[in-house]
Design a protein around this ligand. Structure first.
Ligand SMILES: Cc1ncc(COP(=O)(O)O)c(C=O)c1O
Length: 444
């Protein structure tokens, strides 16, 4: 009798075996713990408006598109610019056999922090002579603002409210909220004059509780491009002294605003001269074009007095503890570049030339834009384009106008009507002026 073959094994797929194994393991081990961080617990955060804008610009296929959102310098071909002096310092670093990749100390590269200090308060400042200034290298200006905010939040005996200009760099709100300070605003920009609301600002400083912290942009205010005059700074200082307010200077555009490093640090130097206790967050992102290298410094200047130097050394020691717990020690590369330039008189002079190149080109764009709008008779007044200073201009364009500029003309700027002057160049200036003229008339 012929023997029957056994039936072939049933077909199986790898995934059915995996599913079976997984259900067996769940059966044996028990179900996994329920998630704590569900979609309901952690709400989706809104996209950062500026980074969202950059993304939308990148994805726009139009060959006419203009990027006026970026807070970074662009050359006349809309390309990032490596400062020639930075290239030189960079080349020297690559050839230096003594360099390695060891950690910096907690406070950063000493040659860098001491030079950064002199740059901001002046080499002959009484604060340096009396040893009542301490400086730590930070993760660019953002890190310096954060370190200062954290220190004030932890060590200010009254933990006062911090007053920010309205408007201000959007990140100020987030940083100071994160460190637990309470926030308030002081008026800054007048919609009518598109200049400084000086009376509103002084009034707010007068009525803020005694001893409040006042965040001040040292120059080239972001986002408005509107700075107080030297006389106005004197009045601001007088009111702040009367009310015993604590100045917190943020300086992200020194040398970039006027092309003159001393002039752009005038307000800080004046406040130091007047004997204020204050702090300074200093960024080298814009004036060295070292955006991604995260190069900055935080300075604390104690009020003059017999105890000042000891108090300042205590403050330095506490800042070091805060820094250690947050970043351990700062990144070396950008600080090495800046340090070479700041400490070498020849390179320093070349840097000043580079600063004049950047601020000069921006100034030309301001003049060019104003001339074009005025020549077209675009409704409204445009003199604020040239009276504002630094990288940004607060155009006064409304949110609706900004939207039309983006949808119809492929021009990208922040909703508040701020434009980065560095995004303009001789190739797109006519186009932009035509776009603004058309949109202003269309919405009049
Ligand atoms: C007013 C102000 N502060 C601080 C910063 C910090 O910049 P960064 O962290 O790139 O140095 C900026 C940058 O846009 C700024 O505009």
């Amino acid at each position: 009798m012929a023997q029957q073959n056994p039936p072939p094994p049933p077909p199986f797929s790898l995934s059915s075996v995996r599913d079976r194994l997984s259900s067996l393991s769940t059966h044996i081990m028990g179900a996994s713990n329920p998630s704590v961080f569900t979609a309901a617990t952690v709400a989706a955060a809104p996209e950062d408006p500026l980074f969202g804008l950059m993304k939308a610009y990148r994805e726009d296929p139009s060959d006419k598109k203009v990027d006026l959102g970026i807070g970074a310098y662009r050359d006349n071909n809309a390309k990032p610019w490596i400062l020639p002096v930075v290239k030189k310092a960079d080349d020297a670093i690559h050839k230096d056999p003594s360099l390695n990749h060891e950690y910096l100390s907690i406070g950063g590269l000493p040659d860098f922090t001491s030079a950064a200090q002199k740059l901001i308060v002046g080499a002959t400042s009484p604060a340096i002579q009396e040893k009542r200034i301490c400086s730590l290298q930070t993760i660019s200006g953002t890190g310096a603002v954060h370190l200062g905010g954290l220190f004030l939040s932890k060590f200010h005996p009254q933990k006062p409210t911090i007053y920010l200009s309205n408007p201000t760099w959007a990140n100020h709100n987030q940083i100071f909220t994160n460190v637990g300070l309470s926030l308030a605003n002081y008026p800054y920009f007048s919609k009518e004059t598109k200049g400084l609301d000086f009376d509103g600002m002084l009034q707010a400083l007068r009525t803020a509780p005694n001893g409040s912290i006042i965040l001040l942009h040292a120059c080239a205010h972001n986002p408005t491009g509107v700075d107080p005059s030297q006389d106005q700074w004197r009045e601001i200082a007088a009111v702040m002294r009367e009310r015993q307010h604590f100045p917190f200077f943020d300086t992200a555009y020194q040398g970039f605003a006027s092309g003159d490093l001393v002039r752009d640090s005038w307000a800080i130097r004046y406040f130091v001269e007047q004997g204020f206790e204050l702090c300074v967050a200093q960024s080298f992102a814009k004036n060295f074009g070292l955006y991604g290298e995260r190069t900055g410094a935080f300075h604390f200047i104690s009020a003059p007095g017999a105890d000042a130097s000891t108090a300042n050394s205590h403050i330095a020691s506490q800042l070091a503890i805060l820094q250690r717990s947050e970043i351990s020690n700062p990144p070396a590369y950008g600080a090495r570049i800046a340090s070479r330039v700041l400490n070498d008189p020849t390179l320093f002079a070349e840097w000043e030339d580079d600063l004049r190149t950047m601020s000069g080109r921006i100034q030309e764009m301001r003049t060019g834009l104003r001339e074009r709008l005025e020549a077209k008779g675009t409704p409204g007044s445009w003199d604020h384009i040239t009276s504002q200073i630094g990288m940004f201009s607060f155009t006064g364009l409304s949110e609706t106008q900004v939207k039309i500029l983006r949808d119809k003309w492929h021009v990208y700027m922040t909703k508040n009507g701020r434009i980065s002057m560095a995004g303009l160049n001789t190739n797109n200036l006519d186009y932009f002026a035509e776009a603004v003229d058309s949109v202003v008339r269309e919405t009049a």
